[in-house]
Design a protein around this ligand. Structure first.
Ligand SMILES: NC(=O)c1ccc[n+]([C@@H]2O[C@H](COP(=O)([O-])OP(=O)(O)OC[C@H]3O[C@@H](n4cnc5c(N)ncnc54)[C@H](OP(=O)(O)O)[C@@H]3O)[C@@H](O)[C@H]2O)c1
Length: 266
């Protein structure tokens, strides 16, 4: 792949995760980094050998791609006049291509919904390209983003927005489960066992099994059943989860997240 030049607006959790992963696989990529308070751009520039910009006006206008990695709530304050033929990737949750293209007077806008495991090349990254991109441009950005993990094309922005709570927010929901497991194990054993390590290894092992099940076309339900003998230990635990309507609790959580995504898109 040609050595690309990428302008990055916002170097918080997500901007940093994506830039670090791209840099690890494509060390010759040149990054131009901007954040209003400078600090995070400066830190990241040191890690990836990029250029930290002190003023937004210093961002070159002829770069190969631009990454918008700030909060949707900051879009109103964000002012930069892109060249009309710029290629922009936005990770702003919920914000539609049309809104961005009207604001920036740019046609080539892609949306990406990454997640934080991208920093380690283990992200689940959903994307939506509008029809203005040509196959070479899509191939170029695919090569770059492959460094961040698996890429899943979405055929509509609606699908991207619905999926956001599952992949973008997903790690937080899983970490919350891990936190509950750890805290309960610590409480019950009064701290005698290495709860954090046990739980991290259990989640890691389960995730590894889920990935191997993908190739063998084994469902998650079958994996669960392999651990669950009738009237056994796991069965009792699952009965309690079912009686307390765990699935409907998650359904409400995903519905609330989607509602918020739609609010942010306004
Ligand atoms: N975190 C996730 O797991 C995740 C997952 C999927 C998608 N996303 C999306 O990623 C985006 C960023 O989230 P985050 O978690 O990385 O947020 P964050 O950690 O709060 O970082 C936001 C960054 O944006 C910068 N910023 C604020 N206003 C700006 C402006 N006007 N121009 C340029 N940069 C500006 C901030 O600058 P300062 O450093 O100066 O404050 C900061 O570096 C959001 O749109 C979110 O929807 C996040």
């Amino acid at each position: 792949m040609a050595n690309l030049k990428i302008g990055v607006f916002g170097c918080g959790n997500m901007g940093r995760a994506l830039v670090q992963a791209m840099n690890a696989q494509w060390p010759k990529t040149e990054f131009f980094l901007y954040t209003p308070s400078i600090t995070k751009a400066q830190d990241l520039a040191q890690v990836v050998g990029g250029v930290c910009l002190k003023q937004i006006e210093e961002m070159p206008k002829d770069l190969d791609w631009y990454l918008l990695a700030f909060k949707p709530q900051s879009l109103g304050d964000f002012q930069f006049s892109f060249n009309g033929d710029s290629k922009i990737i936005s990770v702003l949750a919920g914000v539609k291509v049309l809104k961005l293209s009207e604001k920036f007077k740019v046609k080539k806008i892609a949306r990406l919904m990454p997640n934080t495991p991208s920093a380690l090349g283990a992200g689940a990254n959903l994307h939506f390209f509008n029809t203005t991109f040509n196959p070479d441009e899509i191939a170029e950005i695919y090569s770059l983003l492959q460094a961040t993990g698996k890429i899943f094309p979405m055929s509509s922005e609606e699908d991207l927005d619905i999926s956001t709570a599952f992949s973008g927010s997903g790690p937080a929901l899983i970490f919350e489960l891990a936190r509950i497991f750890e805290s309960e194990l610590t409480r019950l054993t009064e701290g005698r066992v290495p709860a954090k390590e046990i739980i991290a290894q259990t989640f890691f092992g389960s995730s590894t099994l889920m990935n191997s099940a993908l190739q063998k076309e084994i469902s998650f339900e079958e994996l669960r059943n392999q651990v669950t003998s009738k009237k056994g230990v796991t069965y009792e635990a699952l009965e309690v989860l079912q009686a307390n309507k765990l699935q409907s609790i998650f359904a409400s959580a995903f519905a609330a997240a989607y509602k918020r995504t739609l609010e942010l898109s306004k």
